[in-house]
Design a protein. Sequence first.
Length: 125
Amino acid sequence: MSEFFELRKYQVFPGKMIEWLELMENTIIPFQVSKGMIIHGSFTEISYDRFYLNNGKREMETLKDRNLYIWIRRFKNLDHKKTLYKEVYESEEWVKNIAPIVETLINRNTIVVHNISPTLLSIMK
């Protein structure tokens, strides 16, 4: 696998989004960038739309307030990802100082990671 993106989704505990964003923007993202991570963006979900057929007619339902945080990182290849994971997630700073706070703000059992490759016409490369 050559260069690819990692789209990560986290369920933030109710009432903890502001604390989570402060931790991400002031601690986690700068720390990971200092280790070589390439971060393309971070987002909070406003809502999501679910589409379905109802008696042959296309319907849409908009759902809100899932406390979802999404971010995108880029890697040169799988070896690059493994190397950076080791440098970040096995570091003393992460293990002793950052991870214990993370566990109080997000439900780590709901983390979803999509490894995705841009299509030819994608502007994100």
